[in-house]
Design a protein around this ligand. Sequence first.
Ligand SMILES: [Zn+2]
Length: 347
Amino acid sequence: MLIETFIRKQLGLKAHTVTRVEETEDYMIIHIDRLGSRLLRCGLCRQRCRKVHSVRQPREWRDLSMRKLPLKLRYRPRRVECPRCGVRVEDFPWAEPWARVTTALSNAVAKLARELSWQGTARQYGLNWKSVATIVKRAVQYGLKNRSRPPVHVIGIDEVSRRKGQVYLTVVYDLERRVLLWVGDDRTEEAVRPFFTKEMGRRRCPTLQVICMDMWAAYANLVKEHAPQAQILFDRFHIVKHLNEAVEEVRRSEMRRLSQKEKVAFKRSRWLLLKNPWNLSDDQKERLSTLVRWNAPIVRAYYLKEAFQMFWDYQQPKRAEDHLEKWMRSAMRSRLEPFKKFVSLSG
Ligand SMILES: [Zn+2]
């Protein structure tokens, strides 16, 4: 068998062929050309293209060595006219579009780099350290990109704290399949960004439909930026927590203004606020009105919180929505800063 034929088979060439094998002191150079008028594929979508647009300058790819002599492939890439993608560089059966080494060499390097140091791997294949680093990184990316990943529609983003709240991580779950998708280093916008840009990427972000998260979270902007089609859902647990915090904030700032006598009276009557007004006795109503007179802000805060909770009881979305809108208007008019903040964040 001619060495040309042998190499052509090794490389799995179909639309290309080996025209010549040149031996120099340092390399064996495999000259490759297009085979007749066989159709070439688009480098982007891999569809076969009828028309060749142009022929480019020769390019070289490092390949596995042959008897210690490093191989180089040399070929003048064609640019094809893809009906889908326009004029593109053709697809190379022996290498990834970005690569300067063949897929065979890159696989061998990536595998060996798991056993040897990068330095040792580089020496083994006559590459420099940087090329090995690039190959390993690319191989990892390639592996990640091509591992089968079903589309993700509903995710939950949450934070977990380690070491008693000193260290935060962000975790992302696929809520349909109930699997952990991703873990980020921190809970900041910057830490979560790679989930959208790398893990999901531009290709997969559009499949996101619903994103459940804490309304206070730093990543709402990321969703707007990378998955604007997705609906953000603030879950009930987080909403109630923030409502309680808003009430507590109002209560604390108002209690500071009350006299000691008023404070005691207030503490005794506070539960009245949690009752439905029509269930109160006359005496209780009297006490409640005193309470309201003394401290309108706290009372308003309680009522706002309670009114909001009715939202969960609606069965019909339209009525729930009306309720929510009304509630937001009254919260904005309440002159209670914590509630205004709540509204602006949930809107
Ligand atoms: Zn194409």
